[in-house]
Design a protein around this ligand. Structure first.
Ligand code: PLP
Length: 425
């Protein structure tokens, strides 16, 4: 009897597709998803009692590994005092102080319950602040399932957006201009055409929802300058990269500061949390100080704040980044070595604890190049790895995550399994 298959059959009868978030359904790699009943450190334990070395890490949040004892302790202490108060609570202040200290551009911050809420609210705030409507996003950048942000690229620069999902009125999507990432000329042209109408440019400074892409030299700087020149709010979506590529995210690594930042994932310590913050002058446009409405019954929830505070403090106290970088380099070098031996063209973009695989002759710099890369190889590697106890994200366009709990043994196993899988292609 296979418990996961039984659960999936039951789930499909009463949950659309059997899952509460679509990529969990394994549609991009094929097969049936496994169910997890327990997770500890770098391992997931499935409903069928298999132990898997996890390189998904709950899609980013668990940088310290699963069920981290310090975070668990913090949640348990908070639980003694109650689960939700509906009034301001001390944890919210402690959390905000930490975010402001860690993220370079954030002077004031508001807590929400997911990354989607963070980007949605940041966009509304930018529009309210500038009294403009149009926004620019980049093809392949994912900002959660916000109506006006679920828009991908048409061909060529300056394409007015077409909705990517059913249920989004074309009139909403028409306020979103989609441009290719890493093309400063296209951005410059868009500013020439729409400059006075542009409320915001929103970007994943390292796009990490179409594999992993890095900005070309001067690109983010050029973006910053254009936004400043035109009075357009620059929003970095650091829901994934925040506290991950460095304590202060990409903005700390590159020294380029946005006006607003969306945060999520790691700041929840495994509980549902998001946040958006930035310049005080802009943030003061939010209710109750300003005219932009934004609210949340469970925002700043004490259990979620306690978990997040513990996660951030652990980053500050332990500085896991050099160790994560060395794990990342080790895996990257092994993958590249295996591909070379096999004579396969492989790119492994990697920074710290994030990496992905593109089977491509040349480095991938935008969405079009990412989707043009060969994806059948990844599917084969995914299933071979899973068979041998290593869980990669179930899509070639998701980033793989390393956590500090991976330590030597798990990394070595992954290196062996993945290089064997590549050589067998
Ligand atoms: C995951 C993610 C989001 C959405 O966060 P949710 O908590 O899933 O709503 C937004 N932006 C980026 C860059 C993400 O990686």
């Amino acid at each position: 009897m296979n418990q996961s298959n039984d659960l999936f059959e039951r789930a499909q009868k009463i949950i659309p597709g059997g899952v509460n978030s679509p990529v969990r359904a394994f549609r991009s790699v094929g097969g049936t998803p496994f169910f997890t009943k327990r997770a500890e450190g770098a391992a997931l334990y499935t409903a069928d009692d298999r132990a898997l070395v996890d390189f998904v890490c709950t899609w980013g949040p668990s940088i310290h590994g699963h069920n981290d004892p310090t975070i668990k302790q913090a949640i348990s202490e908070a639980l003694d005092s109650g689960t939700s108060f509906g009034t301001p609570n001390p944890y919210e202040v402690d959390m905000a102080e930490r975010i402001v200290a860690m993220v370079p551009s954030v002077e004031k911050v508001r807590m929400v319950n997911s990354g989607t809420e963070a980007t949605m609210s940041a966009i509304r705030l930018a529009r309210g602040y500038t009294k403009r409507n149009k926004i620019i996003k980049f093809a392949g950048c994912y900002h959660g399932h916000v109506d006006s942000l679920l828009v991908q690229a048409g061909s060529g620069a300056l394409t007015l957006g077409n909705p990517d999902s059913a249920g989004i009125p074309p009139s909403f999507a028409a306020e979103t201009i989609v441009l290719p990432y890493n093309d400063l000329e296209a951005l410059d042209q868009a500013f020439n055409e729409y400059g006075e109408e542009l409320a915001a440019v929103i970007v994943e400074p390292y796009p990490a929802n179409v594999g992993l892409i890095f900005p070309k030299d001067g690109y983010l700087e050029g973006m910053r300058n254009l936004c400043t020149q035109h009075g357009t709010v620059l929003i970095f979506d650091e829901v994934m990269t925040g506290f991950r590529v460095a304590a202060g995210g990409v903005q700390e690594k590159t020294g380029i500061t946005p006006d607003l930042t969306a945060l999520g994932k790691i700041i929840g310590g495994g509980l549902p949390v998001g946040a958006f913050g930035g310049k005080a002058e802009i943030m003061d446009f939010i209710a109750p100080l300003g005219p932009v409405y934004q609210a949340g019954t469970l925002s700043g929830n004490p259990l979620a704040m306690a978990a997040g505070i513990a996660a951030l403090d652990k980053l500050t106290n332990e500085n896991p980044y050099p160790q994560l970088q060395s794990f990342g380099e080790q895996i990257r070098d092994v993958l590249l070595g295996a591909a070379k031996e096999k004579g396969l063209p492989l790119q492994v973009p990697q920074t710290g604890s994030m990496f992905c695989m593109y089977f491509s002759d040349t480095p991938v710099t935008n969405y079009d190049e990412a989707v043009a890369s060969e994806t059948a190889h990844f599917k084969s590697i995914f299933h071979q790895a899973l068979e041998k106890g290593v869980y990669l994200p179930p899509s070639p366009f998701e980033t793989c995550f390393i956590c500090s709990a991976h330590e030597g043994k798990a990394i070595n196993l992954a290196c062996d399994v993945l290089s064997e899988a590549i050589k067998s292609l």
